[in-house]
Structures are given as C-alpha cells and as structure tokens.
Design a protein around this ligand. Structure first.
Ligand code: GUN
Length: 327
C-alpha cells in the first residue's frame, strides 16, 4: 500500500506546523455530534483545544530533550473586571495542563497608571525567561490600551495585536503571531472539515481583536468575505446570503433563525451572562427561535470558540519560545 501523503496545513497554520503542531483529527463520533433533536452539528472546540494541549505536552517534552525551553507567558491583569478574571484563570489552567509556564501579575485599579503599566511591560520585554506577554483587555477606564500594547516587544506579542503582526496578516503573510480568537476559529473549522474556498462568509463585528483579523484569515482561505457592523442596514438580508456566519458583535442573542439560511455554518464568538445566570452567545441557539435545526453546524457556548482562543495562545507562546536561538 502506498504511504499516506503528509498532510499539508492550511496557510494560516504553517507557523504552528513549523514548530511541530498539526491541525487535530476529529474522530467520527465527535464529528457526528448534533445539537439535541436536530441535524445541526456541534463544532466542539473543547475537543480540538484538548488535542492541541496534548500536542503541547508532547512537544515540550521533545524540545526539552533537545535543549529547548519550556514556553512561558506572563499575563498582566489590571483592574477587577470579573469576566477578565475568569478568562485569565482559564488561561492559567490550560497552560499548566500543557506543561507550559505562566505567571499573572495582578494590579488593582487604584494602583493602575499608564506609566506603571509601561514600566511593567518594559521589564517583561527585558526578561529572557518570558516568551509571551499578554495585557488583558479591557484595561481600567482612562488607560489607553493602544499605548500599552504598542510598548510590547513584537516578538513577545502572543496576542498578535501589534502592527508588526497585524500588518503582516493584512498583507496576506501568515508568518507572524495571529490573533488567538480568529486563529482558533480557523483551526476549529479546519479540524471539523468545513470548506472555506469560494464560500460566502459574513463576519458580524469589526473589532481589531476578532472581526478584522477574522475577515483577513477567511480571505486567505479564498472565502468571499463581507464585514457587517453596528451601522450595517438590514443585517438579516446580508447574513442570510452567507454560507458561513461569524457572530462577533458582542451583543447577546443578536442573530436568530431569520438571520441564517438553511445549511449555514454558524460560529458564535459571544459569551454573555443572562439575568437567569445562564451563559449565552451572540446567537440564539434554540430550536424554536434560533439557528438549531436550520444551521448545518454551530459552535456551542460555552465549549466552542472560548477554549480554542486559549489553545491558540499556547501555540503562539510556543512559537515565540521556540523561534528564539537556544541559550
Ligand atoms: N480580552 C478579551 N479577549 C482578549 C484577548 O484575546 N486578548 C487580550 N489581551 N485581552 C482580551
């Protein structure tokens, strides 16, 4: 029997592949999982993120054997935003599971100044043991995030937010750090075998963190991309044209059944706490008024995009660490 041809990674995954990662395979039972009572497939992000965590563990053991370093992230958490505290806690847990190092510097709102943050970032830039720096957003009111982010050494920009990395992406060059949420969505779609070439994609939201880089990554895979935003008129008419809808508006339950065509793939980036304490996304995922039963596939909230974002932070931190010459 002929040997299987080596798998070729999509362009956006080449940097990760160069450091030993591959897009995880999904077993048939996970691939076939559907939203209860419907034919809408669940795009399970937890499974794919866990597979990437396992790859990190294996790679770190291999690199250590070759004299390579254990990747280390430092998160700067300024202020008391409760959602940020949960995200940072999840990052710490996933880094520990992957066998990577992480440290969180907590700064109370009342102690947060622009000068103080710039000095912290300067120290982290200079530390040889730190591979990645993540300044958790949002920052306390009055602190200009763009000024703080711009102070990070681009080689340690594991968020992929700096002009040096975002600029490469805008030029169709995927060799820099890619922003973790859209990067994670691309890996999730690839792992679940969702074709993108020549498909019509509508990205709802134009943020620098998700919407803009998402549109560039989809363009890189030859989708036909439209970006909708808060001033878009007749959103439903636009999203109903889409084969792939990326909901990243930051508005709870913005998109319902009337916003998608039958068979569309729907990715929900939102994560909101409802008044009853339950979590929901930007998409109504119910059968009655939402996209379940109409979409062909949907990311769950939680367990879809969220774990993928952290998994790609691991990958970006590994790439930052393993791009350095051995010391
Ligand atoms: N706040 C919410 N998401 C993110 C993220 O991906 N990176 C940073 N730095 N802050 C965030």
């Amino acid at each position: 029997m002929a040997a299987a041809a080596p798998r070729v990674s999509p362009r956006f995954f080449r940097r990760a592949q160069a450091h030993g990662f591959c897009v995880p395979d999904i077993p048939a039972d996970v691939r076939a999982k559907c939203v209860a009572g419907t034919s809408t497939r669940v795009l399970d992000g937890r499974f794919v993120a866990d597979a990437l965590v396992a790859q990190c563990g294996a790679l770190v053991a291999q690199k250590k054997g070759q004299g390579g370093r254990v990747p280390k992230l430092v998160v700067v958490l300024a202020g008391e935003d409760p959602a940020s505290a949960v995200y940072v806690g999840n990052k710490e847990k996933m880094f520990a599971k992957a066998g990577f190092e992480s440290e969180t510097l907590k700064i109370a709102s009342c102690d947060t100044t622009l000068e103080g943050l710039l000095s912290v970032v300067g120290e982290l830039n200079a530390r040889a043991d730190v591979d990645g720096i993540l300044v958790q957003l949002p920052l306390p009111a009055g602190i200009p995030a763009h000024v703080v982010l711009a102070a990070i050494d681009p080689r340690k920009d594991v968020d992929g937010f700096l002009k040096e990395n975002m600029g490469l992406l805008a030029l169709g060059d995927f060799s820099g750090a890619l922003p973790c949420t859209p990067f994670g969505i691309m890996v999730l779609l690839a792992a679940h075998g969702i074709p993108l070439e020549s498909k019509r994609a509508v990205v709802v939201g134009r943020s620098n963190i998700v919407g803009k880089p998402m549109s560039l990554l989809l363009l890189g895979e030859d989708s036909t991309v439209t970006v909708a935003h808060s001033r878009t008129t007749d959103l439903a008419a636009l999203t109903r044209e889409a084969d792939i809808v990326i909901a990243a508006a930051g508005r709870p339950l913005l998109l319902g059944k009337e916003h998608v065509k039958a068979g569309a793939v729907v990715v929900d980036v939102g994560m909101h706490r409802k008044s009853d304490g339950k979590l929901c996304g930007d998409v109504d995922a119910t059968f009655e008024t939402g996209v379940a039963g109409k979409a062909s596939a949907l990311t769950p909230v939680p367990g879809g995009v969220g774990p993928m974002t952290i998994a790609m932070l691991l990958v970006n931190t590994a790439a930052a660490a393993w791009s350095k010459p051995l010391s």
